[in-house]
Design a binder for this molecule. Structure first.
Ligand SMILES: [Zn+2]
Length: 139
C-alpha cells in the first residue's frame, strides 16, 4: 500500500493596500515601483507615505527590470517545508537602475554570485493569481 505525499504549495505573501499593486504588476510580468506623486521619490517596499516629503499621494512607475546584485544570502536551512528540498539557494538584494533596491530569487549557481553582477527581472508564475520576481544573470 503506497502512501501519497501531499503537495506543499509555495507560501504566498499577505497583500495589503500598499503592496497589492506591486504584486498585481508581477502577475502581469511588470516590475513596478511606487513613486511619490509630489516629489518623485521612488519607494520600495511600497508604503502609505513618502519618507522624503511625507506626501500621501502615490503612483506607480514601470521599471526597466535591469539592475545589479548589491548583496545576497544563502538559505541553508529553510523555515517552510516547500523549500526543504531546494536548499541551499540564494536570495539577492538587487539595486535597480532606477536607484531603489528589491529582494528576489535568482536563477544562477551560488558560485556565480558577486557584487555588481548584472541581472534582469523575470517572472515565475506560481499559480493563476500569483507570480514571483526571479532575477536572471545578464551575460
Ligand atoms: Zn515625496
Amino acid at each position: 500500500m503506497s502512501q501519497e505525499i501531499p503537495k506543499i504549495s509555495r507560501p504566498i505573501p499577505k497583500l495589503n493596500a500598499d503592496t497589492e499593486e506591486w504584486w498585481a504588476g508581477l502577475r502581469r510580468h511588470e516590475l513596478l515601483v511606487q513613486e511619490c506623486a509630489s516629489c518623485g521619490h521612488l519607494l520600495h517596499p511600497p508604503g502609505p507615505m513618502c519618507p522624503e516629503c511625507r506626501s500621501l499621494d502615490r503612483g506607480w512607475r514601470k521599471c526597466s527590470g535591469k539592475g545589479k546584485v548589491y548583496s545576497w544570502v544563502i538559505i541553508n536551512r529553510p523555515m517552510h517545508p516547500y523549500f526543504f528540498g531546494k536548499a541551499p539557494f540564494p536570495v539577492v538584494l538587487v539595486e535597480m537602475e532606477e536607484g531603489f533596491r528589491v529582494v528576489g530569487s535568482i536563477d544562477c549557481v551560488i558560485d556565480q554570485l558577486c557584487d555588481g553582477l548584472p541581472v534582469e527581472a523575470d517572472f515565475q508564475d506560481e499559480s493563476d493569481e500569483f507570480s514571483m520576481l526571479l532575477f536572471r544573470v545578464v551575460l
